[in-house]
Ligand binder design. Structure first.
Ligand code: GDD
Ligand code: MN
Length: 372
């Protein structure tokens, strides 16, 4: 059913204080930008008059639609039901409480319609994004949730945002298991998408009404993350699986580097009689070179650009990042050898592991940034 070019889903539960204003604000934005869109309010059987308020407005606006849900109460479930009842190919989700600036909506629409992105995400954590009126406790919880989400989707700065738009095809035939609050995570974890764009925005906490965030929201979220992680093992066309393959390959390369490193460290210390920290420097440099070659050809597939100058640039970047990794490696080696009293070969392996974590994340986002 494609009666419109755009659908704005507004999930609601007891939003009498906001519903009329938010509907009018969205309609006015759609009008001004001449987008032929509908609003789809998905309500979980509110008892505060929200439903009647929408029904009342429906008399004046033919493109205002309402679903009242009587079963399976929940924000994510409501949004997913909205996905399947939307009468357009491009779907936006926003909160009813004006936390998400409605005037940005056209940017989401055009990102998908004109720029052909699969997903467009309003981000509080990208450059230009912000949060207003949040108590410290909520900021900390949100940062924790975002951090956990970014383990699964490292490129997405705000994978738990409730302000986003998608092509309907992203979720068509996908096995969404909606629960909790973080429907975007579910879409990213199980939907079919390649490209995404982020739009920075300032999250304003509701001025009217109450937030419905509960403790169970957090535990639901953690099991949702685990579920998405496991889902990737049986669905290799997901983003999560592709990311994990990279970490695995980087790990295998790192393992090969440990052998190079240990062999050089041993040879230089035992046979060339160098001080172990001096040997370690050569050992690390040798493994940097072999690791770079393997990662460039295999883990990150050399990227799209195999020009010699580009390759050289990537190597320089890898080298600089690895120097920091080296310092980390040597620091740990020193601490465990001289201060803890561990055998230097064992201490060195601990140092390599710590440096590995640093190396993966920074190289992924800097050296092979273009190939992500
Ligand atoms: N249908 C339905 N069912 N809607 C619900 C339910 C529910 O059980 N619970 C909340 N909503 C609606 C609210 O009416 C509001 O429009 C929107 O979902 C967000 O609810 P809030 O209670 O205002 O959420 P919040 O401010 O704590 O959370 C926001 O931040 C999260 C990221 O930190 C929301 O934007 C979330 O979408 C977002 O994930
Ligand atoms: Mn809110």
């Amino acid at each position: 059913m494609n009666n419109y070019s755009f659908t704005v889903i507004i999930p609601t539960y007891n939003e009498i204080a906001n519903i009329e204003n938010i509907i009018k604000a969205v309609l006015s934005v759609l009008n001004k930008s001449e987008i032929d869109g509908e609003i789809l309010v998905v309500d979980d059987n509110s008892k505060d008059g929200t439903i009647d308020a929408v029904k009342n407005l429906q008399k004046s606006y033919s493109n205002l639609n309402l679903i009242v849900r009587l079963e399976d109460h929940g924000l994510s479930q409501s949004v997913v039901e909205g996905f399947f009842k939307a009468q357009s190919d491009i779907i936006q989700v926003i909160d009813a409480d004006f936390s998400h600036p409605v005037n940005l909506i056209p940017q989401f629409y055009y990102a998908i319609e004109d720029e052909k992105y699969d997903v467009c995400i309003g981000s509080r954590y990208t450059k230009g994004g912000d949060i207003q009126n949040w108590p410290l406790k909520r900021r900390v919880i949100s940062l924790g949730a975002t951090g956990l989400g970014r383990v699964l989707f490292p490129d997405v700065t705000d994978p738990v945002s409730g302000f986003f738009a998608i092509k309907r095809d992203v979720v068509k035939n996908s096995e969404l298991k909606p629960r909790g609050y973080k429907i975007l995570m579910e879409v990213l974890g199980k939907g079919k998408w390649e490209s995404f764009k982020e739009i920075p925005f300032t999250f304003k906490d509701r001025e009217v009404g109450e937030s419905k965030l509960k403790i169970s929201t957090m535990t639901d979220y953690i099991s949702q993350c685990i579920n998405i992680g496991l889902f990737a093992f049986t669905h290799h066309d997901t983003k999560v699986w592709k990311e994990w393959m990279k970490i695995l390959k980087f790990g295998i390369v790192g393992l090969s580097g440990i052998f190079v490193n240990t062999a050089v460290l041993f040879a230089f210390t035992e046979w060339a009689h160098l001080y172990y920290l001096i040997s370690s420097f050569f050992a690390i440099e040798a493994s940097i070179i072999t690791n770079f070659i393997l990662n460039d050809f295999w883990t990150f597939k050399g990227g799209s650009n195999n020009k010699f100058s580009r390759k050289w640039k990537r190597f320089l970047s890898y080298q600089v990042i690895s120097i920091c990794g080296t310092l980390i490696n040597m620091g740990v080696l020193f601490i465990f050898t001289d201060l803890v009293g561990l055998w230097y070969i064992a201490a060195n392996i601990i140092g390599i592991l710590v440096a590995f974590i640093w190396n993966f994340f920074v190289n992924r986002n800097v050296t092979w940034r273009a190939t992500k």
